[in-house]
Design a binder for this molecule. Structure first.
Ligand SMILES: [Zn+2]
Ligand SMILES: [Zn+2]
Length: 260
């Protein structure tokens, strides 16, 4: 528990200014730090996908956005290829530093909340701009981003199925930018979970992401359809850039389709 609190704690300089870029990792050391950085995002990805796999098996028939037949017929890539494509995605290093001064938990939570909001804004802004440009630039779309759109009927573990260069330019770069303002490890894990959720293909009525975010499974599903290919570039949290730049297309799926 103490280790967890140290991960969450922010460094406070002796003169009283708060250095929000650093994470105290003194309980882990460099080796543990690298192991965490490599394995936590991968673990989060597959554990969260596992939850959706179980949900799909148990209650998927009532909540699927597309039929299983559509998944088989419309997707232009098989699942084995998607798994291979996802597993090559790397993870992020986390910097460590000493921390001799600790703030109260209240102060820590306030700082974390602020960092969280700014990190979401940074990730969303970068990903919107890059994502939209990859659609506008025919070369980038044809040779890079079209790989992700081979999934017309998205499923959870296809969330990070994309070209390695897209992974670098969109995902890794946005995470690197948010590194300067965020609580890195837990924020990245949260962003990973959100990306999986956006591709899960189920419209579960009690899904908290669907209540909190307008940018959710239904919203991103529109972008994967041929008619929505030039809309809903925003990801993974907000919809404001789509609304501001006229690329917002609200989901029209009135209810889930029955599986067959
Ligand atoms: Zn796209
Ligand atoms: Zn997608």
């Amino acid at each position: 528990m103490q280790c967890v609190l140290y991960i969450l704690s922010c460094r406070v300089e002796a003169e009283g200014t708060i250095n929000i870029n650093k994470i105290n990792m003194e309980y882990f050391g460099i080796v543990a730090d690298e192991i965490l950085g490599i394995f936590v995002p991968i673990l989060v990805y597959w554990v969260y996908y596992g939850m959706y796999l179980l949900l799909d098996l148990k209650i998927g028939e009532n909540y699927r956005l597309h039929t299983k037949r559509d998944e088989m017929e419309k997707n232009t890539v098989d699942k084995a290829t998607v798994i291979k494509g996802v597993n090559r995605k790397g993870s992020d290093d986390v910097d460590g530093d000493d921390n001799n001064n600790e703030r109260s938990m209240v102060m820590t939570i306030i700082i974390l909340g602020w960092q969280w909001g700014i990190a979401m804004l940074v990730v969303d802004t970068w990903q919107y701009l890059m994502h939209r440009y990859m659609h506008q630039n025919k070369y980038l779309y044809k040779y890079i981003h079209s790989q992700h759109h081979r999934l017309v009927v998205p499923y959870a573990f296809g969330a990070l199925y994309n070209h390695p260069l897209e992974g670098l330019l969109v995902d890794t770069m946005s995470e690197a930018l948010s590194f300067f303002v965020s609580v890195v490890l837990i924020f990245f894990s949260f962003a990973t979970i959100k990306a999986i959720d956006d591709h899960c293909g189920l419209c579960l009525p009690w899904n908290p992401f669907h209540i909190i975010f307008k940018n959710n499974t239904l919203y991103h599903d529109v972008h994967h359809q041929l008619y929505g290919n030039n809309f809903n570039f925003s990801q993974p949290f907000l919809v404001m850039w789509d609304k501001l730049f006229g690329t917002y297309l609200p989901p029209t799926t009135p209810h889930c389709v029955p599986s067959n």
